[in-house]
Design a protein around this ligand. Structure first.
Ligand SMILES: *Cc1c(COP(=O)(O)O)cnc(C)c1O
Ligand SMILES: [Zn+2]
Length: 446
C-alpha cells in the first residue's frame, strides 16, 4: 500500500467542508496517520484504520449551523464525516441519505412489540440499499484523491451503489462479483455503465483477490483501499435514527450484518452523539441478525469470543454471505459493550420474514431485511423487549432486486380476457391463503 501524500488534499486553497476529521488511527495498536496519507490498513499490525475527529470543534461547529437550515441528506452531519474537500462532496451529490423512519404498528402487533419502527433503507437513493451511505464516502474520497477509476468487490449492493455514484461523479467503475448473487444486481450495474465481472469463487475468495488486484494495479477499491472512509458513511444511519426519534435514542436497534460495517459504526455513531451532547445513547443496545448458513459474528457473540471463526457461507441471503467479516471483531465489541445480542434465521425463516414485512407494512425487502425481521420475531418471542421500550429495525435493502430468487410465490397465471374466466379466477384467488398467515406459520414452525 502507498503512503504518499495526496496532491489535491495538500493544496490548501480548496474550499473545505465543515468536517472535523483529524486523521486515521489503527483500531488495534493506536498508531496514527495523517488524513492526507492514502493508507487503509495499519502497516504495523495489518488491522483496519478508523477516522479520528476533533469532537470539541465538532460540537462548536454543530451549533453554528442550526438544524432547521441543514439539508436532510447524507451530508447533514458533515462535521462527523471524513470528507474535507467541498468540491468532492458536491460532485457526489446531495440526493443520498435521510431515509424514512416509519412506525410499524401492524408488524409490531404480529411480533408483540409495542413500539416498533423501521428505518427504511430499502428506499435509499440512488440504489435502494444501505450501501449508498458508505459508497457515497468512498466516491467522495476517490475524488479528493484526484482519481477517476474505482473498483469494488461486492455481495450485491456495493456494486450497484458504486455503479450509480461513480456514474454521477464521472468516474469509471469496475465491479467484481462472487459466483452467487441475484442476476438483477449484476445487470443493474452493467445497465448503469459499470464494467462487471463475476469470478468463480465466493465473496471471501473474491475479496482476497481484489486486494491483490488493488495492490498490483494501484486502483482504488471502494471497500478495500478506501475502507476507512467507506465505513464512516454507515454512522449516518445512527445519526438519522436518533434525530428522527426527536433526539431520544431507542432502547434497541437491530440490523442484518455481513462484513460488520453497519453494526459496528452504529456503535461509533451513537457514541459520537453522546460525546457531542446531542443525545443520551449509552443505553441503546445493538443486536445483529445473520443467516444460519452464514453466522460467524452471531456465533462469536453467543459464545462470547473476541475473534471470528471464518466459515464457508451457504445461504440464499447473498448480500449477507461473508464468512470472514473484516469488521467482525468490532461488531462483537460493540454488541457486547452495549448488552445486545446476535441471532440467526434459516433461509425459509428469512423468506417468511420478507413476506411478513410485505404483508403487514407494504415494504418489499430483500433477504437481508427478511433476516432482520425473522430474528426480531425470535427475540420478541423470547421476551427481550419491554412494553415501553422503542425498537428500531433497519431494513437495509430492496426486494425488487431479489424477486427472482424468492421461492414459493404464487406468481400470477395468465387467463383469458373473458368475464367467466375472470370471475372463476377471482373465486380461486379468494380461497388462497393470505401472505401474512403463510409467513406467520413458517416463522412459528422452526
Ligand atoms: C451489505 C449489506 C448488509 C450488511 O452490511 P455490513 O455493513 O457488511 O455488515 C445488510 N443488508 C444489505 C441489504 C446489504 O447489502
Ligand atoms: Zn496497528
Amino acid at each position: 500500500m502507498s503512503t504518499t501524500t495526496t496532491q489535491s488534499l495538500a493544496r490548501g486553497s480548496r474550499k473545505r467542508t465543515r468536517s472535523c476529521a483529524t486523521g486515521l488511527r489503527c483500531h488495534r495498536c493506536d498508531l496514527s496517520y495523517a488524513l492526507e496519507e492514502s493508507v487503509f490498513a495499519c502497516p504495523q499490525c495489518g488491522k483496519g484504520l478508523d477516522i479520528t475527529y476533533d469532537y470539541e470543534l465538532a460540537a462548536r461547529r454543530f451549533e453554528e449551523v442550526p438544524r432547521e437550515t441543514r439539508a436532510r441528506n447524507i451530508w447533514r452531519f458533515e462535521e462527523l464525516l471524513p470528507i474535507v474537500d467541498a468540491s468532492a462532496q458536491a460532485r457526489v451529490g446531495s440526493h443520498g441519505g435521510y431515509t424514512p423512519l416509519i412506525r410499524a404498528d401492524r408488524l409490531g402487533a404480529e411480533l408483540g412489540i409495542a413500539n416498533l419502527y423501521l428505518k427504511d433503507d430499502s428506499t435509499s437513493r440512488p440504489s435502494l440499499s444501505y450501501k449508498d451511505r458508505v459508497v457515497a464516502m468512498s466516491v467522495a474520497r476517490l475524488l479528493e484523491l484526484g482519481r477517476t477509476e474505482m473498483g469494488c468487490v461486492s455481495t450485491g449492493n456495493v456494486g450497484t451503489a458504486v455503479a450509480s455514484y461513480a456514474a454521477k461523479a464521472g468516474a469509471d467503475a469496475y465491479v467484481f462479483y462472487p459466483n452467487r448473487l441475484e442476476d438483477t444486481k449484476a445487470r443493474a450495474c452493467a445497465a448503469m455503465g459499470a464494467k462487471v465481472c463475476q469470478v468463480e469463487g465466493n465473496y471471501d475468495e473474491a475479496n482476497r483477490r481484489c486486494r491483490e488486484v488493488a495492490e498490483s494495479t494501484g486502483m482504488e477499491f471502494a471497500n478495500i483501499t478506501l475502507r476507512p472512509f467507506y465505513a464512516e458513511g454507515a454512522k449516518t444511519e445512527a445519526f438519522e435514527i436518533v434525530e428522527q426519534l426527536e433526539w431520544k435514542a431507542p432502547e434497541h436497534i437491530i440490523t442484518a450484518a455481513a462484513g460488520g460495517t453497519l453494526s459496528s459504526r452504529l456503535h461509533k455513531g451513537l457514541g459520537e452523539l453522546q460525546l457531542l451532547g446531542l443525545a443520551e445513547t449509552d443505553s441503546t443496545r445493538i443486536h445483529i441478525a445473520q443467516p444460519s448458513g452464514c453466522n460467524p459474528i452471531s456465533a462469536a457473540i453467543l459464545a462470547e469470543e473476541a475473534e471470528i471463526r471464518p466459515i464457508t457461507p451457504e445461504t440464499a441471503a447473498h448480500s449477507l454471505a461473508i464468512g470472514a467479516p473484516g469488521d467482525g471483531y468490532l461488531v462483537i465489541d460493540a454488541v457486547l459493550k452495549r448488552g445486545g445480542t446476535g441471532g440467526f434465521a434459516s433461509d425459509p425463516e428469512i423468506f417468511a420474514g420478507v413476506d411478513l414485512l410485505a404483508a403487514t407494512e407494504g415494504l418489499l425487502t430483500e433477504p437481508a431485511g427478511g433476516t432482520t425481521v425473522a430474528v426480531l420475531h425470535k427475540m420478541a418471542a423470547e421476551g427481550r423487549f419491554g412494553a415501553d421500550e422503542v425498537v428500531v429495525a433497519i431494513i437495509t435493502g430492496n426486494g425488487l432486486k431479489t424477486l427472482d430468487d424468492h421461492p414459493d410465490k404464487p406468481w400470477p397465471a395468465k387467463i383469458e380476457c373473458e368475464l367467466d374466466a375472470m370471475l372463476e379466477a377471482l373465486e380461486e384467488l379468494k380461497s388462497t391463503a393470505a401472505l401474512r398467515d403463510r409467513a406467520l406459520e413458517a416463522l412459528a414452525h422452526r
